[in-house]
Design a protein around this ligand. Structure first.
Ligand code: SF4
Length: 358
């Protein structure tokens, strides 16, 4: 069995570690690039959302690299995510792929469903081995997210622009190579120290929350690496969505009994009383909840994504009033247009802060 799966940020690293520990052959498609997008766009129905197109491109590339088992994102939500598996399978079959296609949806059966899928993929490996491999994958995930949170803080204040990103790339590679808990811990400590020692300007950066649909939040290629662009403009990014956090709330019962998602939903209630699919409910709730802490909000929404269209239309009416810039992500989005809009938005936030301080 040779397993392939789509990218979403650096998620392939914990999966690679997990499958390596179980002795399962795992093929990683190239990191998302223009070719991946072209493949996805070519074979997808035109009106589908960018996560569908990019993940389809990844699946085609994984099949070309010899994957005979493809893991396809699935789910039982209200939006079109529920149809991903059926449509992507149909497209892949039409293209001549005849391997196994497995839907990986986390929402229904939580941890037990995921572990059962891993058991199947590992040719019925014993449970202790599966759980140990899973724990090691989670440790890598946590290490990556811990470092990324610091990178978000360093980017806007670093004296030499690009330093935090360079360290982050090196840290991700080192985490990927770490083959046990001790070297993993060492990598984490080393890179956190290096990031803390980066020479920084003495400024109070603008704080901007980044909210929106899960995939476009976590896959930098799909949002043209908007967080780095904001960093270059001297903005500190706050993002609630990290896969390690999401794993806690979605796969496990939260041990502390504090469920951030519940807090966000509660905040959204005066404006939106129910789940509308995807992450639309959360987008509204995050605006309400964090309006006092942030100078502004970037709302990332895949073009044609129904839940985020609903959220986009509710946001201007909330009494918690901070500027929101919605960025629609699709295959037409380009860096010059994005940069211009970000610069104008940051300019507005700076003026607002100056006016507030005077
Ligand atoms: S939430 Fe939006 S982008 Fe994500 S799968 Fe649903 S419709 Fe597509």
């Amino acid at each position: 069995m040779r397993i392939g799966m789509p990218h979403m940020g650096n998620l392939y690293i914990p999966f690679k570690a997990l499958f390596q520990r179980l002795g399962v052959d795992f093929v990683i498609p190239p990191v998302n690039n223009q070719h991946t997008l072209s493949l996805g766009v070519k074979y997808s129905p035109e009106g589908l959302c960018i996560p569908f197109k990019l993940t389809l491109g990844n699946l085609i590339e994984a099949a070309e690299l010899g994957a005979d088992t493809l893991l396809v994102p699935g789910g039982s939500g209200i939006c079109r995510l529920g149809y991903y598996v059926t449509i992507q399978e149909q497209i892949l079959r039409d293209l001549g792929y005849n391997g196994e296609i497995i839907s990986v949806g986390f929402s229904q059966h939580k941890l037990s469903g995921l572990l059962k899928t891993i058991k199947h993929l590992s040719n019925n490996a014993p449970w202790p081995k599966i759980i140990s491999a899973f724990r090691f994958g989670l440790a890598k995930l946590n290490a990556m997210d811990r470092i990324e949170r610091i990178v978000q803080k360093v980017r806007p204040v670093e004296e030499v622009k690009g330093t935090a990103n360079q360290l982050f790339t090196k840290a991700i590679n080192a985490i990927d190579k770490a083959n046990d808990y001790a070297p993993l811990k060492k990598v984490q400590v080393d890179y956190i120290n290096q990031l803390n020692q980066v020479t920084k300007d003495d400024i109070q950066p603008l704080i901007v929350g980044v909210v929106g649909e899960f995939y476009v939040l976590l896959e930098p290629f799909s949002n043209l690496d908007v967080e780095s662009e904001l960093g270059k403009l001297g903005v500190e990014v706050r993002r609630t969505t990290f896969i390690s956090e999401w794993t806690k709330f979605t796969l496990f019962l939260n041990p502390l009994g504090v469920n951030e998602k519940k807090r966000i939903h509660k905040a959204a209630l005066p404006y939106l009383k129910r789940d509308i699919g995807g992450d639309g409910w959360e987008s509204v709730g995050e605006k309400v909840l964090h309006a006092k802490e942030y100078d502004g909000l970037i709302h990332l929404a895949p073009f044609t994504c129904m839940p985020e269209i609903v959220a986009q239309n509710i946001m201007p009416s909330t009494k918690e009033d901070i500027p929101v810039l919605t960025i629609l992500c699709d295959e037409q989005i380009a860096k010059p247009g994005l940069s211009t809009r970000l610069e104008a938005f940051v300019d507005l936030l700076e003026r607002k802060r100056r006016a507030h301080n005077n």
